[in-house]
Write a protein that binds this ligand. Structure first.
Ligand code: FAS
Ligand code: PHB
Length: 389
């Protein structure tokens, strides 16, 4: 098969990139190792920046998002004494949209056939070839048959554990990584949220987050040791811990119910400082990971794809080689700012096993400063809603 752009991965980055390129008449094929149901079954992000919602609007795929999503003008930091509300609407003039990653993915998948976006699911053993030439190609197996796709560009949107980043020689790039000594145990349940806005809590027993997917479906998380096993957490034990960590006010409004999904996500900060190598372009989790504290992961994937689609459109419409060459630095400039914000909020809101009494006093002082400073709240708000592209 021959195409202009071959994308590896049908997560949000690959799907959004595919649609943006197809909208400009560029030939695209996506190869995905899993089934569509598997991709939709992964419960991940919940909060969308304007960057992401604008792309859905631009594609004309945002009707369900605007009908079912929840616009939020604020979120809360709980320090055990009080709720510190960050009024993102008043401080930045921009809300965030609460609409799950699963739903964004579903909207992009459902629209693919009508827009000529071919997605090949259950493609195993995807391998990238000749990425340093102007005739790269990929190979894969499906139903025991070997396939090859020749393209002008390969786009690695295959996440942290994908094959694409491995096709770039280590000598050509620099990787930065911080692994946190804890993970997030998440529960999804068909119960109304305990609060109409998100609550991020720093409690002496550890971090907790009260989030949601709708007014009838809630998403909660607690910080657990990085070696914790989800089997050790019955629903009741998890609801009890959430009630303690989120505080009496939230607990009084908390509705318990059976877990639709319960899993532990590891937390890491990671940047692979080369998002282009020859004709291979990386976007999303294949190039960077953030701890989910700042709700940046999915949104950062979308800003990569915004820049990458512009670069590839410039190439295919006017052979603009500079646009392709500048992609990596342009994307990384925004990636690093989101990495900083996610790391900062993770340090502020979690209890680190090796922290001493001074570290804890620093957290208390910073939360007190935020509670009493519009400048500090504005800095948090502008990062939370998403810095300008
Ligand atoms: P994805 O990982 O979503 O998609 C990559 C796709 O490539 C997958 O479909 C995969 O099957 C496919 N693939 C992988 N290897 C392949 C191969 N060799 N060949 C073909 N296909 C291959 N972000 C938030 O903002 N908030 C959160 O709460 C949050 N929670 C998360 C929880 C977990 C457990 C994880 C892992 C991530 C979480 N994230 C969260 C971040 C997450 O939302 C990502 O940022 C987002 O999925 C990034 O999208 P993609 O870059 O498309 O990568
Ligand atoms: C979620 O709803 O899954 C969610 C929301 C905000 C975050 C992380 C996760 O910062």
């Amino acid at each position: 098969m021959k195409t202009q752009v071959a994308i590896i991965g049908a997560g949000p980055a690959g799907l959004m990139l595919g649609h943006l390129l197809r909208a400009q008449g560029i030939e695209v094929v996506i190869v995905e190792r899993a089934t569509a149901d598997y991709v939709l079954g992964r419960i991940r992000a919940g909060v969308l920046e304007r960057t992401t919602t604008d792309l859905m609007d631009q594609l004309g795929l945002s009707a369900r998002m605007h009908a079912e999503g929840l616009l939020h003008d604020g979120f809360n930091l709980a320090d055990g004494e009080r709720l510190i509300r960050i009024d993102i609407g008043a401080l930045t003039g921009r809300p965030v949209m609460v609409y799950g990653q699963t739903e964004i993915t579903r909207d992009l998948m459902d629209a693919a056939p009508d827009r000529g976006l071919e997605i090949i699911y259950e493609a195993s053993d995807v391998a990238l070839h000749d990425v340093e030439t102007d005739a790269p190609y990929l190979t894969y197996n499906r139903d025991g048959v070997a396939h090859r796709i020749d393209a002008q560009f390969l786009c690695g949107c295959d996440g942290y554990h994908g094959a694409s980043r491995l096709a770039i020689p280590e000598s050509a790039a620099k990787a930065y990584e911080k692994i946190y000594p804890f993970g997030w145990l998440g529960i999804l349940a068909d119960v109304p949220p305990c609060n109409h806005e998100l609550i991020y809590a720093n409690h002496e027993r550890g971090f907790a987050l009260a989030s949601m997917r709708s007014e009838k479906r809630s998403r909660y998380y607690i910080q657990v040791p990085s070696d914790e096993a989800v089997e050790r957490w019955s629903d009741d034990r998890l609801w009890d811990e959430l009630a303690i960590r989120l505080g009496p006010e939230a607990a009084a409004h908390m509705t318990r119910g059976p877990a639709l999904e319960k899993s532990i996500a590891p937390l890491r900060s990671f940047v692979f400082e080369r998002m282009r190598h020859g004709r291979l372009m990386l976007a999303g989790d294949s190039a960077h990971i953030v701890p989910p504290t700042g709700a940046k992961g999915l949104n950062l994937a979308m800003s990569d794809v915004h820049y990458l689609s512009q670069s590839l459109i410039a190439w295919f419409t006017r052979r603009d080689a500079d646009a392709v060459a500048n992609y990596s630095n342009k994307a990384l400039a925004r990636v690093w700012k989101a990495e900083r914000f996610s790391w900062q909020l993770t340090k502020l809101m979690h209890r680190f096993p090796d922290d001493d009494s001074f570290d804890r006093r620093m957290q208390i002082a910073e939360l007190d400063y935020i509670a009493n400073s519009i400048a500090a709240q504005t800095a948090i708000a502008e990062n939370y809603v998403g810095l300008p592209l």
